[in-house]
Design a protein. Structure first.
Length: 436
């Protein structure tokens, strides 16, 4: 069998690489050297070789880099390498996990900052089957059973469809040289134990069945994602891009079964993976919050609010010393006159004001003697009646007189004026305010 023709035809059929600039990640091992050889024959524009040196095997790591560098010089291929200090990194992750993170962070940087269509990796079908077993042993859902994807945005794996024995045959047929990584034979790694003790008892004729199973699992995963996306729309009452806000109907959410699975799938992408905490917040009092790295979930009566962590729940106090226009925290225009301005303005009895005035967020216990209302009312009760959310409350300000009495609250405009500051027949000076 002519493996060169077989590989080239199959990869051309699966991937559109014509006129694409590709960075090929090469470790100096068998898979990546075969991948490089195949892509050199397929691509009709220059490719670039990239290499990660994690310094995990001392001189052998440097020899790997030198081996690839010499190959690239001989074949007039652009070469780019990067060294990583994996051993001394301060992290609770294993060295292998840190190496993976460093590698993919660098790939992301290259894709964002270089003229590059794809980064090609040398993973093959055997790698995907090994990943399948690793994830089963550690515990996983459908996503983990898919193994390694052959195409993920701008990361491609052209050898994904080939067995290790086919890659070895290709290398032998085309006289490809490579370097062996001795860590591939270290049985302390789970992948190697699967490779040398589990896989040998599986006949290669069963591998087609694995390929089909992984394909079916991938289809199930896609269906599941679409189903979750559909349900997400059903349970979502409101969604804003800026500032980021998602309001979710708790009653609809509680109808989903199994609840733990749905909670995980809906909120996992926002960094919430503890389903016990998610269940607790559904039955907690209003105002309860749980946090992920970037987001905050807030329980509010019958809804869950999902917001970004950088939302300002606490703001500074701002003082207004005179009636000049202020710009912070927002524009307020002041006009002093003998009579009340048109409806777009809020008008106060100027002689009842004691400067400096203060702008702050509302506090627990704040009360207002609102015009048209009998007696004082707590602002919290007013907000509840108006169904103003906890997030919206962070954008509500209270204007305070110099004697610490509340003049009015400010939301999208001035509203809820306290009757103690209203205009009367005895008012001599009127201060008109307008928020932009």
């Amino acid at each position: 069998m002519f493996y060169k023709t077989y590989f080239i035809k199959y990869i051309k059929k699966k991937f559109n690489l014509k006129n694409k600039k590709i960075y090929v990640s090469v470790s100096s091992g068998l898979d990546s050297m075969v991948l490089l050889d195949v892509l050199m024959k397929i691509c009709n524009i220059p490719i670039c070789v990239i290499h990660c040196n994690f310094k995990l095997r001392g001189n052998d790591s440097d020899k790997d880099e030198l081996f690839i560098q010499e190959f690239c010089l001989k074949n007039n291929i652009f070469f780019k390498s990067k060294k990583f200090n994996t051993i001394n990194s301060n992290s609770h992750f294993s060295i292998q996990m840190m190496a993976r993170k460093f590698r993919y962070d660098w790939f992301k940087y290259l894709l964002n900052n270089s003229y590059c269509d794809y980064i090609a990796l040398g993973h093959n079908l055997d790698d995907s089957i090994e990943t399948f077993f690793i994830n089963i042993i550690r515990g996983t859902g459908i996503k983990g059973l898919i193994g390694i994807k052959n195409f993920n945005k701008k990361i491609i794996r052209p050898l994904y469809f080939f067995l290790k024995k086919e890659i070895i045959s290709y290398a032998n047929e085309n006289n490809i040289k490579w370097r062996e990584d001795i860590s591939n034979y270290d049985h302390k790694y789970l992948r190697n134990r699967i490779r040398f003790f589990l896989k040998p008892i599986l006949d290669y004729k069963f591998y087609n069945g694995f390929k089909k199973s992984i394909k079916y699992l991938y289809d199930e995963y896609v269906c599941s994602k679409k189903h979750i996306s559909y349900l997400y729309k059903i349970i979502t009452i409101e969604k804003k891009i800026y500032p980021f806000l998602v309001k979710i109907d708790i009653k609809k959410l509680l109808k989903l079964y199994p609840l733990s699975t749905y909670l995980f799938k809906i909120f996992y992408k926002y960094g919430f993976n503890n389903t016990k905490n998610l269940k607790k917040i559904l039955n907690s009092k209003s105002g309860k919050k749980i946090f992920s790295k970037k987001y905050c979930l807030i329980k509010e009566r019958t809804t869950l609010l999902l917001v970004e962590n950088n939302i300002n729940f606490i703001k500074k106090n701002y003082y207004i010393h005179n009636i000049d226009t202020i710009k912070i925290p927002f524009f307020i225009y002041f006009f002093l006159s003998e009579r009340k301005k048109k409806k777009s303005y809020t008008s106060l009895d100027f002689d009842k004001l004691i400067f400096p005035l203060k702008l702050r967020n509302c506090k627990k216990g704040d009360r207002l003697n609102k015009i048209g209302m009998k007696g004082n009312k707590k602002l919290s009760k007013y907000f509840k009646e108006k169904k103003i959310s906890i997030v919206d409350k962070t954008n509500i300000w209270v204007l305070i007189n110099g004697d610490k009495k509340i003049i009015c609250i400010i939301y999208e405009r001035f509203e809820c004026l306290d009757k103690n500051f209203k205009i009367t027949n005895f008012t001599k000076k009127v201060l008109n305010l307008k928020k932009q």
